[in-house]
Design a protein around this ligand. Structure first.
Ligand code: DGL
Length: 271
């Protein structure tokens, strides 16, 4: 990539609105970068899908981003990062970064007792990607992963708090509380939307790690190392979805995002 490559946008993707928690941090840490966001809203949730499917979806999304001339791609989705990234990153020349390593690093820095809990989708938890990433950094750490399959559909449907949310969270978090974890990784980019009830249930002493901030900082370091940091933002961020753009626009607006949202026939693309 030549001198003008630094002016190209970054592609960021997730199954739905979850990756916007990463976009929020990217805007703070990399304000000069233009972001193209893709939410696979026609196929959310990813959490219970087979690995082959998640790999194929990531290939299509990366193919779409390549057609838009991006310089760097972030899988702002733990499920894709865990299941697809190791394969798909080998298939493209554009650097592709996930969220798991940064999340594991942030948790290892935060923990005192080396007792770490992870909540994520079934796919992420089955992959054991967080356990492996933490153990690389802290081989003696105790890591317990808990799948929370009902959370993403609930968050996509607009629920953030209240009795039903709290009951579900209680069921998922109690085993981790019983294991006396001192650090909890939000191992799904949708979960920071539930930070308030999660904090209430975990109590004030447990450190809650949202990998998004560490992801944004790692992206900054990688762009810098590659000579791809932009010095001045040119153009607006743009959001794309595989499902209904109006529905996504309404959800994004509630979260403070005013970007235009466009529909994409994502199956047409591949690497
Ligand atoms: N935000 C995705 C993640 O981080 C959600 C996956 C899903 O759609 O189930 O794993």
């Amino acid at each position: 990539m030549g001198e003008e490559a630094r002016h190209r946008p970054i592609g960021v993707y997730d199954s739905g609105i979850g990756g916007l928690t990463v976009v929020g941090w990217l805007r703070k840490v990399l304000p000069e970068e233009r972001i193209l966001y893709f939410g696979d809203t026609a196929r959310v949730p990813y959490g219970g899908r087979a690995r082959g499917e998640i790999i194929e979806f990531s290939r299509q999304i990366v193919g779409f981003f390549l057609s838009q001339g991006v310089k760097f791609i972030i899988a702002a989705c733990n499920t894709s990062s865990a299941l697809a990234l190791p394969v798909v990153a080998q298939e493209t020349d554009v650097p592709l970064m996930g969220v798991i390593r940064a999340g594991a690093e942030a948790a290892v820095s935060a923990t005192k007792a080396e007792r770490i809990g992870v909540i994520g989708t079934q796919g992420t938890v089955n992959s054991r990607a967080y356990t492996e990433a933490v153990k690389k950094l802290a081989p003696d750490a105790f890591v317990r992963e808990q799948a929370c399959p009902e959370l993403v559909p609930m968050i996509e449907a607009g629920y953030r708090d209240g009795e039903v949310v709290e009951e579900l969270l209680h069921r998922y978090l109690q085993p981790l509380i019983d294991y006396r974890i001192d650090t909890l990784i939000l191992g799904c980019t949708h979960y920071p939307y539930l930070l308030a009830p999660i904090r209430r249930l975990m109590g004030p002493d447990v450190k809650i790690v949202d990998p998004a901030e560490a992801v944004a900082r790692e992206a900054r370091n990688e762009l810098q190392a590659l000579g791809l940091l932009n010095e001045k933002k040119a153009g607006e961020d743009l959001f794309f979805v595989s499902g209904d753009p109006d529905r996504f626009q309404a959800a994004a607006l509630q979260l403070g995002y005013t970007q235009r949202v466009e529909h994409v026939e994502i199956e047409q693309y591949s690497i």
